[in-house]
Design a protein around this ligand. Structure first.
Ligand SMILES: [Zn+2]
Length: 464
């Protein structure tokens, strides 16, 4: 594919009159700036383009409860992460492979429309609701793979190990039975998904790694075993999202979660710690030295009342980070970056926090560049932007949108992040190919599914 763009975001800045070319695989093979449009007569003409971004943490099924978990429950007046989790379990228990495919197809199309071009799916809904294996034990994984293939979304599937109810051990609760898994099942799922990608020549679009749900759900000896075994792709783990989790980890393992992982898990650049919200200065320094990344999910963390990641300290230490949509209450990278920066501004009563610590004058640019590089690492694929050898993912900005209309090019990224309501991408390409971002053909299936999941939801408030 050949493109000519009025402007393209490369090397951390806008460049004008850019000719781009992909190879047969869908990687950038030629990038030239200062090329007049007339010199590229066979190229597709585009306006300003940004690279696609990685959504590094997604539980697709939770899209079916976005906006439906926002009422104060008189039965759980403390209303925190743990009471939200009870509601989430009730949705998780209701979904078949077909329902999961419907949800993921809808979600991935929404994410593509926003300019996300790869999603890391932290996938723990493995079995039937009663814990029985499906006839095809990977039926739920294939539902996600099919949704990615239908929509054109790149997928890093992270089959997730979930073995116990909490730090104190004990059997999984009935609501957790469909999550239960063994190391062999997780590794087998990962290998089958990789083989599927190879078989269909889709290795650049379908990656598989592993996830360990958390230190509370995976025994320490198994975490150590995985760290020794290594992994063919990235390893993700939820860590230090909640103060209670930190306290329990201290009590049972004698260390804070990130500290324990640093001391026992052999963290390196293939490790991704999701949230790492409650992290101290020593842990931040250790993470930076290890090269492991952090996946921040600012809109979900705000929604759940998790807390704020110490962005200035993280940037000062050089910790690598990416963003994720997690519970799907926010599905735009612009919103995630804005929420991340605004949380800090509110807490510190200052402006431009990311720029101050990110070596840029633009906070949007500092945030975007960090999320781009960190996302590539988290996905296990070459998704580091418009550069030679990276996957050819583009989002064309809608410069007719009121948020962008009339702005100088130099301010377009700033306005994408900090001027609301902002634009969806005008057009999106993944590995050099255009993808559909129209939800209209999917509406009937989506509405039917929601009506099944939430009977009476239109007439009254949802009863969980
Ligand atoms: Zn999560």
């Amino acid at each position: 594919m050949k493109f000519w763009c009025s402007h393209a975001w490369t090397d951390g800045r806008w460049q004008a009159d850019v000719r781009l070319e992909t190879d047969a695989q869908g990687l950038w093979s030629r990038i030239e700036t200062g090329v007049a449009a007339a010199q590229a007569p066979d190229a597709q003409r585009l306006g300003p383009v940004l690279p696609g971004l990685v959504n590094a943490h997604s539980h697709a099924f939770q899209r079916a409860m976005a906006g439906l978990g926002e009422r104060l429950d008189p039965q759980a007046p403390q209303d925190d992460f743990w009471s939200w989790r009870e509601r989430m379990y009730r949705v998780a228990a209701a979904l078949s492979p077909q329902a999961l495919e419907t949800i993921a197809t809808w979600l991935y199309t929404e994410l593509l429309a926003q300019g996300y071009t790869q999603v890391c799916e932290f996938h723990y809904l493995h079995h039937a609701p009663d814990g029985q294996r499906y006839a095809d034990p990977q039926a739920m994984s294939w539902a996600l793979v099919r949704a990615a293939e239908r929509t054109g979304m790149g997928l890093t599937l992270l089959p997730t190990l979930y073995m116990r109810a909490g730090f104190e051990g004990g059997a999984l609760r009935p609501a957790q039975q469909r999550f239960v898994s063994t190391p062999d099942f997780i590794v087998d799922t990962c290998e089958r998904v990789r083989a599927h990608g190879r078989q269909h020549g889709r290795q650049l679009l379908l990656q598989a790694g592993l996830a360990l749900h958390s230190l509370r759900a995976v025994p320490p000896e198994v975490v150590r075993e995985f760290s020794l075994r290594g992994a063919p792709g990235p390893i993700h783990i939820h860590a230090a999202e909640q103060p209670l989790e930190v306290a329990q980890c201290l009590q049972h393992l004698g260390a804070r979660p990130v500290q324990w992982l640093l001391e026992h898990a052999g963290l390196g650049p293939h490790w991704q710690l999701v949230h790492a919200t409650h992290i101290d200065a020593d842990e931040l320094a250790g993470l930076a030295a290890s090269g492991a990344g952090v996946v921040l999910c600012p809109s979900t963390e705000a929604n759940l009342g998790d807390g704020l990641w110490p962005l200035p300290q993280g940037l000062a230490q050089g910790v690598r980070w990416s963003i994720g949509s997690d519970s799907q209450v926010g599905r735009s990278w612009r919103g995630e970056l804005r929420c991340l920066e605004y949380g800090q501004r509110l807490a510190l009563q200052r402006r431009n926090i990311a720029a101050r610590h990110g070596g840029q004058t633009s906070s949007a640019a500092a945030l975007f560049e960090a999320a781009l590089a960190g996302g590539s690492l988290a996905s296990g694929l070459p998704l580091g932007g418009i550069a030679l050898g990276q996957r050819a993912d583009l989002q064309e900005l809608d410069t007719d949108h009121p948020a962008l209309l009339g702005l100088p090019v130099d301010s377009l990224l700033d306005a994408c992040v900090f001027s609301e309501p902002g634009p969806q991408a005008r057009r999106v390409w993944v590995a050099g190919r255009p993808v559909a971002t129209d939800l209209m053909p999917l509406r009937a299936d989506w509405q039917q599914l929601l009506a099944q999941l939430w009977p009476g939801a239109r007439a009254a408030s949802p009863s969980f």
